[in-house]
Design a protein around this ligand. Sequence first.
Ligand code: FES
Length: 158
Amino acid sequence: LARGYHEKVISHYEKPRNVGSLPKNDIDVGTGLVGAPACGDVMKLQIRVDENGVISDVKFKTFGCGSAIASSSYMTERVKGLSLEDAEKIKNTEIAKELCLPPVKLHCSMLAEDAIRSAIRDYRTKRSKLSDPKKAGYIDVSQSAATGETVATAHPPA
Ligand code: FES
């Protein structure tokens, strides 16, 4: 395995940082799940965002090559403590450069860029649904036929 990989890749591969999962239904968690069509490798990256819009926790799971695992591990360290705006600006070329990936492994770092963007998108979609709770199905507002009273019932989204 080690042959041809740069030591930085091997370091992340052997001791990946922030492996695991966050509870996907938490309202402050965004989940990105992406795949690389070229090889079929899959990466899941999740972020937890605090009330200031800063990424407070990150976890990943990658089923893929050493470069993909190293790219996602590097990405989790890189985005922790960043605002969403700064995190979505991170380019795969930065990761590739940092890990000294050869050109044939560029798509592996692309997976990490796609994954963080997809996690941010998921988080924002969740939040925008929250600001329209009726649409999201969190709260049902109806008028009682009997009393004319407005009744609000909270329930999880369908
Ligand atoms: Fe496909 Fe690395 S070979 S992600």
